[in-house]
Design a protein around this ligand. Sequence first.
Ligand SMILES: *Cc1c(COP(=O)(O)O)cnc(C)c1O
Length: 368
Amino acid sequence: MLLFTPGPTPVPESVRQAMATQTLHHRTPEFEAIFKEARERLMKLFGMDECVMLASSGTGAMQASVLNLCKHKALTVNAGKFGERFGKIVTAMGKELVELKYDWNTPASLEDVKKALEQNSDIDTLFIQVSESAGGLRHPVEEIATYVKSVNPNIMIVADGITAVGVEKIDTTNIDALVAGSQKAFMLPPGLAMIGLSSDAVERIGSGVDYYFNLASEIKKQQQNTTAYTAPTTLIIGLNAIFDEIDKEGIDALYRRTEARAKATQSALEALGLTIYPKTPARSMSTVIDDDAEAIRKLLKTKYEVNIAGGQDHLKGKIFRINQMGLIPVNESVWVVNAIEMALSELGRRPFDGLASRTFNDIYFKEI
Ligand SMILES: *Cc1c(COP(=O)(O)O)cnc(C)c1O
């Protein structure tokens, strides 16, 4: 079965092997060397001054950012499940919330952010997804961050890059915290969350708040190549193995291939007469809105051995999402669009003529 859901993503064989080595104690020079290597590689990938790794799913890092960076009032962008989650965390942590709400196919607008800041001069932190995975939407994060900093450089910008870090190069000039998670673009099993931090963010964190998610105590320990509590050693070993895999061709090659694959997939789907759901598609996944979404998904799983994701909440049964994150063999991506074409033929939508794989190949190999 090909796993083509936008998280979890398949773990490369070499990485699984690296994680199958004997248990290491986390308070040893051996593990500290591994931790140091992972930390340095992460900071380089984030393009940021500091980073922390947390033993939690991505949501833990979202919560840690709310707790440690937002003083009392947050602006959040809700264009899907994950933007909605930032709002829920803000409220659960007892902070004030101003939420910009959008359809799940619609990116946040700079105008709305402007208005919200004018009406609420006490907003101290903005929370936004780079790629909102609920609909496969790309928000104009860099543009919004640049604007917010020009108005008030004290407003912290927290970007959820769980389906964006490792997918495309993100300009972190105006971003203070960039959140990532192991089971999406990092191609690892779930359980490791990572946050890239600006020096301004480190300053804002100060002595930190909370206990388990106190970022000040983590920063202090992690600068010494250890963690405040037991580190997820296996996942950090896996993280270095992922970087080894990526470094074979370099990160820029991964970005280029991901972009080419996303473009080729989108063109192939459109050639079949399908409709791309988001107005500004993220490169992390390809999302189609279609009345037959569930029937297509079911045929893919039962007949063609491809597991793609559906939609949630009001989009349940209405969309399907195809992963583009990670080191995906191109033959697998071609098979996925071909399988969708076969499914459409079986549903009586259009006769199979190989158009999807042809379109994919035309675009992908021209781009690459
Ligand atoms: C998956 C995801 C999360 C949540 O991560 P968990 O690891 O499930 O806690 C947050 N944001 C985005 C954009 C995601 O795709």
